[in-house]
Design a protein around this ligand. Structure first.
Ligand code: NHR
Ligand code: GAR
Length: 232
């Protein structure tokens, strides 16, 4: 196998979306600027007409819609998704605002290479409506978590988190926007770590270069910035 073929095996990514696609856009931008050595082989949406699909097309990435409403069962939807993904032979499968809970057969099939970004500081606020729930709780900080996906929804090992302050007068929308800025920073970085083979999981915790990062569970702007020059 030559170098090019090895890279192809190493760097293929499929992104699953359901909506706006701003995280997809951050990943596309990171690939374009050379910060993320990846090949986005396909973007697959569970929702016809998701704005994320237009972003992918604009970037020249093949798009597919697998509308969950067209399947009688969740298992059948998952199977259709798996067939489409496997045709792309990706190294990593990345959920970016993907809104359908995936069944165990799907999770097992992609174990160790399925990654999600969730808009809260897990384990706080798994599930939906995280920003409103964070505000309601009176928390001083909120944020986002990138994690490996396991059977337990939003419960898999955490790769990186970033925190933002909750500010006086915040609404779910203003808080979401502040969190989103951090999502766009940490997701390409986490995917890069994964594709570079720098992540491992031991005892349910993620190691970077074989080390448990002392900041795990907290924001760590230093690490992120030293690896990833900010491009705005
Ligand atoms: N699947 C598994 N097995 N494990 C995880 O950790 C998953 C997952 C699928 C999606 C993303 C997650 C998030 O980051 C995610 C993680 C959707 C729901 C949900 O309740 C919950 C968590 C996440 C995504 N979805 C409803 C459902 O019935 C539909 C909601 C809707 O369409 O608006 O699937 O938050
Ligand atoms: C992001 O905040 C992402 O973390 C969250 O939805 C938003 C999608 O935005 N994901 C979930 O809530 C998954 N259930 P985007 O489509 O612009 O990336």
């Amino acid at each position: 196998m030559n170098q090019h073929e090895q890279n192809q095996l190493r760097c293929g990514v499929v992104v699953l979306v359901s909506g706006r696609g701003s995280n997809l856009q951050a990943i596309i931008n990171a690939v374009r600027s050379g910060r993320l050595p990846a090949e986005i082989r396909a973007v697959i949406s569970s929702e016809p007409g998701a704005p994320a699909l237009a972003r992918a097309r604009t970037a020249g990435i093949p798009t597919y819609t697998i509308d969950h409403r067209e399947f009688a069962t969740r298992e059948q939807f998952d199977q259709a998704l798996m067939r489409r993904i496997d045709a792309c032979n990706p190294r990593a499968v990345v959920l970016a605002g993907f809104m359908r809970i995936l069944g165990n057969a799907f999770i097992d099939h992609y174990a160790g290479r399925l990654i999600n970004i969730h808009p809260s500081l897990l384990p706080a606020f798994p599930g939906l409506n995280t920003h409103a729930r964070a505000l309601q709780s009176g928390a001083s900080h909120h944020g986002a978590s990138v994690h490996f996906v396991t059977h337990e929804v939003d419960g898999g090992p955490i790769i990186i988190q970033a925190a933002v302050p909750v500010l006086p007068g915040d609404t779910p929308e203003t808080l979401a926007e502040r969190v989103l800025g951090e999502e766009h920073r940490i997701y390409p970085l986490a995917i890069r770590w994964f594709l570079d083979g720098r992540l491992s999981v031991e005892g349910g915790r993620v190691l970077l270069d074989g080390q448990q990062r002392p900041e795990q569970g907290l924001t760590h702007q230093e690490t992120a910035h030293s690896d990833t020059p900010e491009t705005g």
